[in-house]
Design a protein around this ligand. Structure first.
Ligand code: ADP
Ligand code: MG
Length: 787
């Protein structure tokens, strides 16, 4: 609190400087104001820093916002803008105008020409903000674009490059993640389109960095063999008895086979040791099938739509099209649901949002609710949170939760309250805990003849339009948790006098999500209320409560069924228990995220290293020396792998790795002398390369050939490596229950595999260099047939 106050005093100091410049900016002609951009550019070139020019640049942009958009950023918005330039998170409440706030730091950080990005949660929001703000950026002489293509036309690398080269780019975290992955998988420079990441403002930063952080984005490559193990494992896990054959800790979503379960598996699949290396695929599939049963709940984690499994974003009920949970879990869920399996694909590349954003030189964010999770922002991302005061005091009333015994009681009460408020003419936002519940609530409202809109996964496209209407007289809007976030609910005429928007929650939620929902009411000093109706049967409570609490709750519910009709709970001990639960729900999420992050560390380091190397190789104009080095290294690897070499060994090596032709090995070759063998082998490899050269017309084609060989080997090996690391994650969860330090084992396996990785790439290159067939077709194109 105090730290925040001191920080604000410092911010106010800078604000004063900016305010002082305002009258001077107002007097400038349009031309003069526009010329400021050139002037700042010169100053940066002359050695001034972005921080040096901040006051004048912000004063300039503020005036431009006023002239072009008709909105002059308020003082509190300027305070937020200063925080954003510092690479921190500005907490600004809903409706305070975060969109306009971002124009100042984006302008400032884009002046130098290295790019500035604004990342938000949906295509709709990114597109809307870009469209609304483009006029002011363009007026100031900067280019601006969305990160994705808006129309239906076909996208190309050239178009993408043009978009990403804009000074300011508005985009979503997921399209940036996919573009990043594909950019890295491109086989040549012409197909790459991203420049190094410079500065980013993440809008709704808690949503992006905390809520979505766990799901890795995955780009898959060529299908690998479809496994029939899914079906077998699925049938097997159906036979398992909870507790006896496996244990499941619901809180942490972890589970493992007991001794009994392992024995059962060995008997069922007729293997003598489930943990033997040769059975690792089998073991992996059993774990996947169990995971599909225990941790993936239909209607909550996924839906089955037209015979397809589609993942749900748990927090807002939106469909996550195109996102597969990695490593075969998707297929395991498909097997469980009896739908056709999508092709099992190998993971070619994957990245999580935290890893993606760590690539930016400066990261900042804004959100209405970030302070409650500040510790996590600091620990995991090094991002501080500064609370910016609201322009007008918040007069919204947040009423305490009301606790009911059963879901039915709770919903009836929430709906009763909705009807009461609706009759007073107040708009109501009724929040459902899941897609399923939103449908139930909708039915109940219909029964009472209340017209209403429903926002859930099935009509995401209309979200914004519906939300805009949500503040009108008597409007009732049913929505899943964060649906329609980012769109302001403006109050209709006369609603203020009636008491403003009422937010009614129907599920126990973490404090942050609760605040977010409540914050949809009472913007810019408007009146409003929030109230949450929870029940002891809510899924969060089931997930988080201790056994003792569960017994207590069950007891209470039984009492009710026994005729004693308690509906509402007043008992302070029960209430305290619930409060503790809430904190536990929140911290469970934190732990899961930290775990994923740890698993990701090895992958991230290797990924970065790999792509850097790959990029270097792509840009080398003459690859002959690289090829010579590869040949030299690979010969060393093979020669060192054996103590003694016989003629037979040598012949076998030549025929499997160098040429399919019969070679006469000189009789006088001294096999006890490694360097002599190496000399001989180098001579033979040179002969093969010379043969290739003959087939080629010129040096450029030879270089193209090298290029293709190296890239093919790199990518092939990398796909295997990522796949290996992903599988490692699954084994690690089993190790941790055999009493070993899973993190340690995983890290050391990951490390070892990476040092072997480069050798593997080289060996693969070697084989391709030697054994490929080269043809030139009648169009003069180079055709390489790899061995
Ligand atoms: P937030 O993202 O913080 O919830 P928005 O950026 O969506 O808020 O802005 C809410 C509304 O306030 C928008 O309609 C916007 O045009 C308006 N607004 C923001 N800043 C100003 C300003 N300085 N002057 C007038 N209107 C503003
Ligand atoms: Mg916003």
């Amino acid at each position: 609190m105090i730290v925040n106050k001191i920080k604000l005093i410092k911010l106010h100091h800078i604000l004063k400087q900016i305010n002082k410049l305002a009258p001077r900016m107002r007097k400038l002609t349009d031309e003069e104001l526009k010329n400021q951009t050139q002037y700042f550019r010169k100053q940066l070139k002359a050695g001034k820093t972005v921080d040096d020019i901040l006051p004048e640049a912000y004063a300039t942009m503020r005036e431009a916002d006023y002239r072009i958009l008709g909105e002059f950023p308020y003082d509190v918005q300027v305070l937020g803008a200063i925080v954003l330039n510092e690479g921190a998170i500005a907490e600004m409440k809903t409706g305070e105008g975060k969109t306009l706030t971002a124009t100042m730091p984006l302008y400032l950080n884009a002046i130098a020409g290295k790019g500035a990005m604004l990342v938000t949660t949906s295509d709709y929001l990114a597109g809307r903000d870009e469209e609304d703000l483009a006029p002011v950026y363009q007026w100031m002489g900067l280019t601006v674009s969305t990160g994705f293509l808006k129309g239906e036309e076909k996208d190309t690398a050239a178009k993408k490059r043009e978009r990403y080269n804009s000074d300011i780019v508005y985009t979503t975290a997921s399209s940036l993640a996919f573009d990043y992955l594909f950019n890295n998988l491109a086989t040549n420079e012409a197909e790459q389109y991203l420049r190094p990441f410079n500065y980013v403002v993440i809008d709704e930063v808690d949503d992006v960095l905390l809520d979505e952080a766990e799901t890795p984005f995955v780009v898959s490559s060529s299908p690998s063999l479809q496994s029939n193990l899914y079906g077998l494992a699925d049938r097997f896990v159906k036979l398992l008895v909870p507790k006896r054959d496996y244990r499941f800790k619901q809180d942490e979503k972890i589970f493992w086979l007991t001794y009994n379960g392992v024995k059962k598996a060995e008997k069922y699949f007729r293997v003598d040791n489930l943990f033997a290396l040769k059975n690792r695929e089998l073991y992996r599939h059993i774990i996947l099938a169990l995971s599909a049963y225990l941790t993936m709940k239909k209607g909550h984690d996924y839906l089955v739509v037209k015979d397809k499994v589609v993942l749900l974003d748990e927090t807002d009920g939106r469909l996550k099209n195109g996102v597969q949970v990695g490593t075969g879990l998707h297929q395991a869920v498909e097997t469980k649901e009896n739908v056709k399996l999508t092709n099992m694909q190998k993971t070619a590349a994957s990245i999580t949002f935290p890893a993606l954003f760590s690539l930016f030189k400066k990261v900042s964010g804004m959100s209405g609710t970030a302070k409650v999770d500040e510790n996590e922002f600091i620990e995991t991302y090094g991002l501080k949170v500064i609370q910016i005061p609201t322009r007008k005091p918040v007069i919204r009333k947040d009423y305490p939760d009301i606790v009911y015994l059963t879901i039915a009681d709770k919903l009836m009460a929430a709906i009763g309250e909705t009807i009461r408020l609706h009759e007073q003419g107040r708009p109501v936002l009724l929040v459902a805990g899941s897609v399923e519940n939103s449908e139930i609530i909708s039915e109940l409202l219909l029964n009472d003849g209340i017209a209403h809109n429903v926002l859930n996964a099935f009509n995401a496209a209309k979200e914004a339009a519906i939300i805009k209407e949500a503040g009108q007289e008597g409007a009732v809007t049913v929505a899943t948790n964060m649906a329609g976030r980012g769109t302001d609910i403006k109050l209709g005429k006369g609603i203020k006098e009636k008491g403003g928007l009422a937010v009614i929650g129907t599920e126990m939620l973490s404090p942050r999500v609760k605040l977010q929902l409540a914050g949809r009411a009472g913007r810019q000093g408007d009146p409003g209320t929030s109230r949450f109706y929870v029940s002891l049967e809510d899924s969060y409570i089931a997930k988080a409560s201790t056994n003792r609490q569960k017994r207590h709750f069950r007891h209470l519910i039984k009492k009710k069924e026994g005729g004693k009709n308690i509906v509402k709970l007043h008992n302070p001990i029960t209430k305290l228990g619930l409060y503790q639960l809430q904190t536990r729900v929140a911290s469970n999420g934190t732990e899961a995220r930290m775990r994923t992050n740890k698993y990701q560390i090895a992958l991230n380091i290797q990924t970065r290293h790999f792509y850097k190397k790959r990029k270097e190789l792509i840009s080398i104009k003459d690859l002959q020396s690289v090829v010579d080095r590869i040949i030299n290294d690979v010969l060393d690897i093979y020669l060192n792998s054996k103590k003694e070499w016989s003629y037979l060994d040598l012949r076998e090596f030549l025929n499997t790795h160098v040429t399919y032709k019969e070679l006469e090995i000189p009789k006088n070759l001294n096999l006890n002398n490694q360097s002599e063998i190496k000399k001989y082998l180098i001579k033979e490899t040179k002969k093969v390369l010379k043969q290739h050269k003959k087939a080629l017309i010129n040096k450029k084609q030879l270089n193209d050939f090298y290029h293709q060989v190296i890239l093919a080997s790199l990518d092939r090996s990398w796909i295997d490596q990522v796949d290996y690391l992903n599988n490692l994650q699954i084994y690690a969860s089993a190790w941790s229950f055999s009493g070993r330090d899973a993190d340690y084992i995983q890290q050391s396996f990951a490390y070892d595999s990476f040092s072997l990785f480069w050798d593997k790439v080289k060996c693969d290159c070697f084989d391709k260099l030697m054994l490929s067939q080269i043809k030139i077709n009648d169009k003069g194109q180079l055709i390489v047939v790899f061995n």
